[in-house]
Ligand binder design. Sequence first.
Ligand SMILES: O=C(O)[C@H]1O[C@H](OP(=O)(O)OP(=O)(O)OC[C@H]2O[C@@H](n3ccc(=O)[nH]c3=O)[C@H](O)[C@@H]2O)[C@H](O)[C@@H](O)[C@@H]1O
Length: 447
Amino acid sequence: MASPPDTSKTAKLERCNNYLRRVNSAKIISASSRLLFRASILATVALILLFTLHYPPLLLLSHYSANAAARSSHRSLLSSDVTYGGAAWEREVRSSATPRRPSGLTVLVTGAAGFVGTHCSLALKKRGDGVVGLDNFNSYYDPSLKRARQSLLSRHGVLVVDGDINDTPLLTKLLDVVPFSHVLHLAAQAGVRYAMRNPQSYVTSNVAGLVALLEVAAKHADPQPAIVWASSSSVYGLNTATPFSELHRTDRPASLYAATKKAGEAIAHTYNHIYGLSITGLRFFTVYGPWGRPDMAYFSFTNNILRGKPITLFRVQDGTAVQRDFTYIDDVVKGCLGALDTAERSTGSGGKKRGPAQLRVYNLGNTSPVPVAKMVGILEELLGKKAKKHVVTLPQNGDVPYTHANVSMAERDLGYRATTDLATGLKKFVRWYVEYYDRKSKKEASA
Ligand SMILES: O=C(O)[C@H]1O[C@H](OP(=O)(O)OP(=O)(O)OC[C@H]2O[C@@H](n3ccc(=O)[nH]c3=O)[C@H](O)[C@@H]2O)[C@H](O)[C@@H](O)[C@@H]1O
């Protein structure tokens, strides 16, 4: 008799088959998902490659800047909306840097959208030198004024690259693209009293920024450019010997601003000594004029007088007037160009000094101090309106009571001579001020 089928065995077999089927289908699923995963990686790589071939400058962008995100918004500000760091950008930089006269200079102007930077860039371009500007357009004062200066420069064929002096890859790139003969370094955190509110900004721009620039100029640039840069009359600090001479002591700065400019002069000495950089420091004395800085007294006073708002006038503790050696912008520009023209070549290359190099420092002042109250009187006359004066004793804010430049060294070496008195210079400033803000308000009204 046939024995009955062993049902427990069949069930076991069935379970085993089921198990094998599950294992197999799991294997198939995992194999196909691996395949899918590999395929998607391949597709992504292919897409990136395709994208890169079409937009190579985007890669450059991330390479050249630590703050690429901020930079990407700058691209549209170039004159023809070219991509930063790309071939078209390099062409624009080279074209702006090309001199239009035989043996013209090739100058990188930092702080080119600033007050002195704009005037110097224009003057250089007008006489046929090649100029490329660099400016970070920060908001220390109304950036729209800096943009307006940038437009003015652009109309004269000067490109202002939107970037920071602390951006070493950008500086390196610029000095790679153009063998600049000179750097006119005017980018800085200016303002004496603001240093109490934002001390770090002075260290960042006036110390770290200067070092960043000198590092690239000394170690990377080939040839090394000659450097002319903006120091300040404020380095004389608590010095009481007048008029201020370059031979006087400058080791008692009264503000952090002054201390960072003094530090800059010491740093300049070091880079000259170690690397053979030719460096000229210019001590500016309260520069004023059209396209000026709204944070400065003559500018903000004009604003307030026209709006019927009060102005604060400082008076020295002993009751004497605070005085400044106000210097008109055109005179300062001549001094800057004189310094560039007489600057000797740097002697080093690749971070190695080949011989002693030129190291200079000059006062660029007007040589006739004027009480601030008198400056206000001139403005009142020009504006046809009385100021609401609020006179207070000079607070502990880093201000010095008096400045007066001895410019005999600049006269001798740079051919410098200040020819504009305060009344003449302020007249030109007021004419510009009225025109500029009139045009601006009409533009805003029609927008
Ligand atoms: O030549 C320089 O070394 C310096 O000149 C100016 O600094 P400052 O002379 O203080 O120029 P303003 O801020 O325009 O002040 C001019 C005068 O007006 C006075 N003042 C300023 C502001 C104010 O509200 N009231 C007032 O009486 C100041 O005490 C000073 O005597 C610039 O702001 C600095 O960047 C530059 O380095």
